[in-house]
Design a protein around this ligand. Structure first.
Ligand code: MEV
Length: 318
């Protein structure tokens, strides 16, 4: 397709995610378990004759020349992808991309990864059809322009959908649909920076190397049990494992008083709860037998909550 004719418009959408087990520890090599959720981001790309990159998102809109750089840091992954496509396909013009998001930003639900995956698929779709694995690699590369040390787990689940196990060495493994798993997400309302929370954990590791190693071992054991609980549809077991995972997350310093208050408020309506994603703000997930009742109860307590279904489709192009 080098220098070939570009399609005029290309669309793709990718789901957000929750991390069921293993956030942060996955950055340091342990396994994590993630689920794609039924909230999506859509990217619409157009090949333009004019040699410009035009980006339009809720986080900012910019138009730059193809060798210029965006002023808004959050737009850099999209700029990176546009430049990569223009150069890979010797496209003489430019690319315009528009992102429409149904995933709240900066609260650990994968908005950044889903946007990278959807944008990588829609921009590359202007020129050729790429396999999912390649789209995922491009999305991870794009995300690294703002968060160098990402484990790649979020982009993997936003690409492949369903429930997956992931580690940095072997990549992702599908775990099926998670029948019997019912999840409620509660938003603390505080936006976080994944990059700085991850840097805080690296500092904890530096200061407590032996304890961190022990926590990684415990987390790995916990995840082995949790994977079996998910496969067996043992919702009560999953809830207990979430509570145990939360203890480890508190120990490495990514929890806070508001998140712990939400976990306490969720307790009567859930089988177990934990932070999901980077922490330091963001959301709590709970496993619950009756999501509608749990959501109603949490909302009455003033907590923004919603039930989350598992998205099985992952990346879609259309
Ligand atoms: C963020 O959603 C998950 C982290 O584990 C970072 C990563 O895996 O890249 C905190």
């Amino acid at each position: 397709m080098q220098g070939g004719r570009a399609n005029l418009t290309s669309r793709a959408s990718a789901p957000g995610k929750v991390i069921l087990f293993g956030e942060h520890f996955v950055v340091h090599g342990t396994r994590a378990v993630l689920a794609a959720i039924d909230r999506r981001i859509t990217a619409v790309s157009e090949a333009t004759e004019e040699p410009v990159i035009r980006i339009d998102t809720a986080l900012g809109s910019e138009e730059i020349g193809v060798s210029e750089s965006c002023r808004t840091p959050e737009l850099r992954p999209l700029e990176f992808l546009a430049k990569k496509m223009i150069s890979m396909h010797s496209h003489p013009g430019g690319i315009a991309v528009k992102i429409k998001s149904g995933i709240p930003h900066g609260v650990g639900l994968g908005s950044s990864s889903a946007s990278c995956v959807a944008a990588a698929a829609s921009m590359s779709g202007l020129f050729a059809k790429y396999p999912r694995e390649e789209i995922c690699s491009m999305a991870v590369e794009a995300e690294r322009t703002i968060f160098e040390n990402t484990s790649g787990a979020d982009c993997a689940v936003c690409t492949h959908g369903g429930i997956i196990a992931y580690d940095r060495d072997s990549g992702f493994q599908s775990m099926g649909s998670g029948a019997g798993l019912r999840l409620v997400i509660s938003d603390s309302g505080a936006v976080h920076s994944t990059k700085s929370v991850v840097a805080g954990v690296a500092k904890y590791r530096e200061e407590n190397p032996a304890r961190f190693e022990e926590l990684c071992r415990k987390e790995s054991g916990l995840i082995r049990r949790a994977e079996a609980q998910i496969r067996d549809g043992d919702a009560a077991g999953v809830g207990r494992s979430m509570n145990e995972n939360q203890e480890y997350l508190e120990e490495i310093g990514v929890s806070n008083a508001r998140l712990e208050e939400i976990i306490r408020l969720a307790r009567p309506h859930s089988l177990g709860s934990k932070i999901t994603g980077a922490g330091g703000g963001g959301c709590v997930i709970s496993a619950t037998p009756s999501p509608d009742l749990a959501v109603k109860a949490m909302r009455e307590l003033g907590v923004r909550s919603f039930g989350a279904g598992i998205d099985r489709a992952g990346l879609e192009t259309f």
